[in-house]
Design a protein around this ligand. Structure first.
Ligand code: SF4
Length: 320
């Protein structure tokens, strides 16, 4: 496996590789992700592989902050870009297809969308595509490999958990072997892979969540997004919870698990996210997930208190 060890992006504030520092180190300026909506559906909703979708998924296809699919990509891009510039004066852009499964269309359509997206602005430095591992046929991977030589391509791949019982419970409709295979095929084309996982899925213990991270350490992945399970209105899991509530993770439990996961996470992997996000009006529970800064501050505080750095547990196990 070809991985870069010790990116040296950690500092006294953050004991792990943050995306912010990674981009600053690489591009010397702020990088924004501009979420575009290409009007995709999802094979886990439309019957291609299953129906109903993942039980936590919102009707927006887990792209609750993406652009409006009824508008041309150029309009979506300009609107979100302006919003970003209200906060930061300067920056480079990543064109990001976020909502639903963004490789779930004929290759011809994918080419039209992606080729348009990368030319929307001269300051676009990357194309990022959120998808499922079972939606990467060989012709699409072949094309993405070719595109990756002209414009860096990053694939955000949903996994959520390595545990098949949970996966079945939440109706992921693919297995771990399918995920591992997708990572390998993308890496053969040197495409950057960022994996999404969720902490706090029903019946998962702390050990199970840590096992998910340990499995990811064995794969050639470059980034990770760790989310807390948040229950939203108009989702199957949201209905299940309202009908028969179960105990969700507290902030303290989430911090405890996530800190240990970071301790186990390989040192070269970039952490893109440590919290989940959902529009306030759609959130059922847990309410503490609204306070993103509190969550990351608590994680940072605990890592400093323990003097724990990303990958310390992993390194200790490898060298003992
Ligand atoms: S694969 Fe993604 S878009 Fe499809 S149902 Fe699951 S979370 Fe939603």
């Amino acid at each position: 496996m070809n991985v870069v060890k010790n990116m040296n992006l950690m500092n006294h504030e953050k004991h792990y590789n943050t995306l912010h520092h990674y981009y600053l180190h690489k591009y010397r300026q702020k990088v924004f992700k501009i979420s575009l909506n290409g009007g995709f559906t999802c094979p886990n909703i439309d019957g291609t592989v299953a129906t109903g979708g993942c039980t936590f998924c919102s009707y927006m296809g887990s792209g609750d902050f993406a652009g409006n699919k009824l508008e041309p990509l150029a309009v979506q891009f300009e609107k979100i870009k302006q919003m970003m510039h209200n906060k930061w004066e300067e920056g480079l852009y990543i064109a990001y297809f976020q909502a639903n499964t963004n490789t779930h269309a004929p290759l011809k359509r994918l080419k039209e969308l992606y080729e348009e997206a990368i030319t929307l602005d001269k300051n676009i430095i990357m194309l990022s595509i959120g998808t499922r591992p079972d939606s990467l046929p060989s012709d699409v991977v072949e094309y993405l490999g070719e595109l990756n030589q002209r414009m860096p391509v990053q694939i955000e791949l949903g996994l959520q958990t390595i545990h098949e019982t949970t996966s079945e419970l939440i109706n992921r409709a693919h297995d771990l072997a399918c995920f591992d295979d997708a990572v390998q095929r993308l890496r053969e084309k040197r495409i950057e892979v960022v994996v999404h996982i969720i902490n706090g899925l029903p019946f998962e213990t702390k050990d199970m969540m840590i096992e998910t991270v340990k499995h990811l350490n064995t794969l050639d992945i470059q980034g990770i997004k760790i989310h807390m399970l948040h229950l939203m209105e108009k989702t199957k899991m949201g209905y299940q919870y309202k009908k028969n509530p179960w105990k969700l993770m507290t902030l303290e439990e989430y911090v405890d698990v996530t800190v240990d996961q970071i301790g186990w996470l390989r040192k070269d992997i970039i952490i893109h996210r440590l919290t989940g996000d959902s529009p306030s009006s759609m959130l059922i529970a847990p309410h503490w997930t609204r306070k993103k800064f509190v969550v990351t501050n608590e994680i940072d505080k605990k890592m400093r208190k323990l003097d724990l750095w990303q990958g310390d547990y992993d390194e200790k196990e490898r060298t003992s």
